[in-house]
Design a protein around this ligand. Sequence first.
Ligand code: GRF
Length: 203
Amino acid sequence: MCSERKVRLGVIGSGKGSNFVALAQACRGGNLVAEVAVVLSDVAESGILKHAGGFDLPARFIEPGKFRTKLDDAAEASYVAALREARVDVVVLAGFMRILKGTFLSAFPGRVINIHPALLPSFPGLASWKQALDHGVKVTGCTVHWVDQGIDTGRIIAQQAVPVLEGDTAETLHERIQQAERVLYPQTIGDLIRRGTLKPAST
Ligand code: GRF
């Protein structure tokens, strides 16, 4: 009898949580053969934690420590401990606004992924949709990539193009990119699982 368990996702975010909702719905609906094991955030009042409660999933705020753009050593250890305690196989960054260092990444080698609202390597960093508008590009999009210690520099896994339309504002373009993200992220994680690139850590 095949009793292989589902891949367990640990989702980490700082913001409103629309990507998390898409992932949780895909897991519930069976389109993504995985389960959300835990949701963590560095922002106590974040939308992602509220949404996790709505799905009745374990969710925790964990203090990020004294830095603005990364976790301090103690915080990083707390995040790793919470993910291990939840027996997470894959760490899914969904709007987490801090850089992860080597100690975190080596706890989950080849198992940390992120989604970015541009066609990397163009427009890494903040407000990528605004960077795209300011440059006048005609096509932008979103990218799922492996996470390394740089800012949006990890190897690319999948991308979806989104056209920039005449009259787009930062808000309309951002919303269209996010709609694409909500399709691309669950689909890409599902593909990685089907191919066996992502699998339960113990198998
Ligand atoms: C997404 O646009 C993602 O690309 C970026 O952060 C945003 C998070 O949005 N890394 P949400 O919290 O999932 O709504």
